[in-house]
Design a protein around this ligand. Structure first.
Ligand code: FAD
Length: 656
């Protein structure tokens, strides 16, 4: 543990009587602490839901700061962004206004696992995000460091839980709130590390959050420790790009947001990325200097899927590791060497970098560094992201053990919406794993917890073919509009138009029929199997790789031509056709899971004293700690056997 660098002025947590409001104290419906990727989404979502919201963060000029990589999206992460967008969140739209290189990953695989990704201009992203936040109705921004929480004593009928009433800032001032969302990222007792040097900081140049970490621990939250790291930044003009392989962006660019027809920059004006590799000399410098690298020796867990170069060399010696040289922005002189996250002493970082092809003369402008920080065991929050210990207190983002901007943004929207719904005494807005990657993320965190930084992958979702980037609006926008109130009329109308157009288009494709001989004459490019029994539905013809809506519309302009006027609609019809048969099967599986999800478990069930049915002590303990809200969630807790689930069901039914 780091010695506190900020003086702790408010221990113990201020527990006030009554409603806790001090006279003259500012009063908001929702207070969001932290202006990172979770905080911006949470604050904007709460405001969209109609709550008077305050975003309280250390510095307004760091709102929307990308602490590490200058990119958004990727496999699984791109899915989260589409879902955030479907709920009218910000990051996808802002990325469509700030990217400098757009590329869809996994194109060779099916559209269900395509990964929308873009290199983002850091400066532009921050500017655009700050403009958006500062112009959001009902949303106020205030600079300040939150040190403590205002709480009231447990009220009768709330299972002994106290309730949050506001926050206390480092200068002793208070802000009263009906709900509070904490999105403090890597700042809780943050410690920055380079070589053997360590100093308290939330990230390089930013103060850590120590008082708040102490408050949470005092309240009884289970706290863990994680670490991550970032590469050095290199001077662009010191790199010899001529010897490296360039990657060009996609043409046309695929936007992240359902509301964007296109992105702000033409493909020909976008910047390339370049690929280089490490070599045995890099390995040697790392291995010879492990004694000077305390972050690597630290047993705290770091991100498994975005590891430091030291971890890669130790785990996979004698391999050439990829290093992508990514532009930091259109007018930036900096390049981000993705894959080279490192915590060697600064002078050794430069020595290591200059061993790499193309980087022989590279200048390090800012050294790479590591950060170690507290996170809170996410099994202490419910699927609405409200804490189980304190009513109306929500956690979102890296504080819950995740890593990545997109994971943070996804939690931010859900926490902001639920903080607002809670104020209005409305039921929580929960996304199930059958509805979205957001549901998968939150269900994984709240049921399994995490002992290493959690990041999203498509392999984490069991219903991948249904949870596609293209259909996130049909999965979430209508619910976001009706159940949460976080979706604008414009977005709702657009999603409704798309839904109707898809239904009409699919039914037209089903109704048009051809003999295969006739169809082959019309569309010779399509190698339709003649063994197929006649007649062939246009929908089946569209399933062939070589066929698209344009081709079909040339053959049958009426009624198909109108479905090619919108490129997105034409592509979505093709995707729906391709997945038609597998989706029918998956719908059955989804219904089964939804049946289990509908079986709610009582919130106050005392698992340790359930004696009427056979539940092992181990199972009771697991249920007691995770407090699943449904039978479905209980069945996903590792070690809770199907037999235990049957007995639990019997018990719950008998007591209802
Ligand atoms: P942040 O973006 O960190 O925002 C936290 C915000 O809270 C800040 O604005 C801060 O000022 C504010 N704040 C904190 N405490 C208080 C307080 N008490 N009062 C008021 N305001 C407060 N992700 C990856 O996917 N891959 C990586 O390789 C990777 N490497 C990283 C390396 C480093 C060094 C760092 C710092 C982060 C890295 N990340 C990486 C993580 C990524 O930056 C985060 O996952 C993401 O930014 C989390 O978003 P967040 O909103 O939870 O927190």
């Amino acid at each position: 543990r780091v010695a506190a660098s900020l003086s702790r002025q408010h221990l113990p947590s201020a527990r006030l009587s009554g409603d806790g409001a001090a006279p003259g104290c500012p009063h908001f419906d929702v207070v969001v602490v932290g202006g990172g990727h979770a905080g911006t989404e949470a604050a904007a979502a709460a405001a969209r839901c109609g709550s008077r919201t305050l975003l309280l963060t250390h510095r307004a000029d760091t709102i929307g700061q990308m602490s590490c990589n200058p990119s958004f999206g990727g496999i699984g992460k791109g899915h989260l962004m589409r879902e955030v967008d479907a709920l009218d969140g910000l990051c996808s739209r802002i990325c469509d206004q700030s990217g400098v290189h757009y590329k869809v990953l996994n194109r060779r695989k099916g559209p269900a696992v395509w990964g929308l990704r873009a290199q983002i201009d850091r400066k532009l992203y921050k500017q655009n995000m700050q403009r958006e936040i500062l112009s959001t109705p009902l949303l106020t921004v205030q600079e300040g460091a939150v040190e403590d929480l205002i709480l009231t004593e447990p009220e009768p009928g709330h299972a002994g839980k106290c309730r949050v009433r506001g926050v206390v800032l480092v200068d002793g001032s208070t802000v009263h709130a009906e709900s509070v969302v904490l999105t403090t990222g890597t700042f809780l007792r943050g410690l920055v590390v380079i070589g053997l040097e360590m100093h308290p900081a939330g990230r390089l140049g930013d103060q850590p959050s120590v008082g708040l970490a102490q408050t949470l621990e005092k309240l009884g939250f289970v706290v863990g420790r994680l670490k991550t790291g970032t590469p050095p930044r290199l001077a662009r003009d010191s790199i010899d790009f001529s010897v490296l392989k360039a990657q060009t962006p996609d043409d046309p660019s695929v936007p992240f947001s359902f509301l964007s027809e296109t992105v702000w920059i033409k493909p020909e004006d976008q910047l390339p990325c370049h690929l280089t590799h490490t070599n045995p000399r890099v390995d040697a410098i790392i291995l010879e200097n492990l004694h000077l690298n305390s972050h690597v020796r630290e047993t705290t867990k770091g991100p498994r899927y975005c590891p430091s170069i030291e971890s890669k060399v130790l785990r996979f010696p004698n391999r050439m590791h990829q290093v992508w040289l990514e532009p930091e922005g259109l007018d930036s002189d900096l390049v981000y060497p993705q894959g080279l996250s490192v915590t060697l002493p600064a002078e050794l970082q430069e020595k290591m970098i200059t061993c790499i092809r193309g980087l022989e003369k590279a200048r390090v402008v800012q050294p790479g560094y590591g950060v170690q920080y507290d996170y809170l065991d996410p099994r202490q929050i419910t699927p609405s992201l409200e804490t189980r210990l304190v009513q109306r207190l929500f956690f979102a983002g890296q504080i819950n053990g995740t890593t990545g901007y997109e994971e943070a943004a996804a939690q931010g929207v859900i926490a902001g919406v639920n903080a607002s719904l809670r104020v209005r005494c409305r039921p929580p807005f929960i996304v199930s794993r059958t509805e979205g990657y957001i549901g998968v993320l939150i269900d994984d965190l709240t049921t399994h917890g995490t002992s290493e930084p959690y990041r999203m992958f498509t392999s984490r979702a069991e219903f991948r073919l249904s949870l596609r980037p293209d259909n996130a609006d049909s999965r979430l926008t209508f619910r976001g509009y009706k159940d949460a109130g976080c979706v604008s009329q414009q977005r709702y109308d657009r999603a409704a138009w798309m839904k109707t157009s898809l239904e009409e288009g699919l039914s037209a494709l089903e109704s048009i029929e051809f003999s295969s001989t006739k169809w082959k004459k019309l569309v010779p490019q399509a190698s339709i199997s003649t063994s197929r029994s006649d007649p062939v539905r246009a929908l089946d013809v569209l399933k062939y790789e070589e066929v698209d809506m344009e081709l079909l519309a040339q053959a049958v302009p009426d009624p198909l031509a109108k479905y090619t006027e919108c490129r997105e609609l034409a592509e979505r019809l093709k995707i729906e056709a391709s997945y038609e048969s597998v989706l029918l099967h998956q719908q059955e599986e989804i219904k089964e899971v939804q049946r289990d999800e509908a079986l709610q478990l009582p919130e106050d069930l005392d698992y340790m004293s359930v004696t009427d049915v056979s539940l092992s002590h181990e199972v009771r303990e697991k249920l007691h700690f995770s407090r699943p809200q449904t039978i479905g969630a209980a069945s996903r807790i590792p070690g809770v056997t199907p037999a235990a689930i049957v007995n639990l069901l019997k018990f719950v039914k008998a007591t209802q």
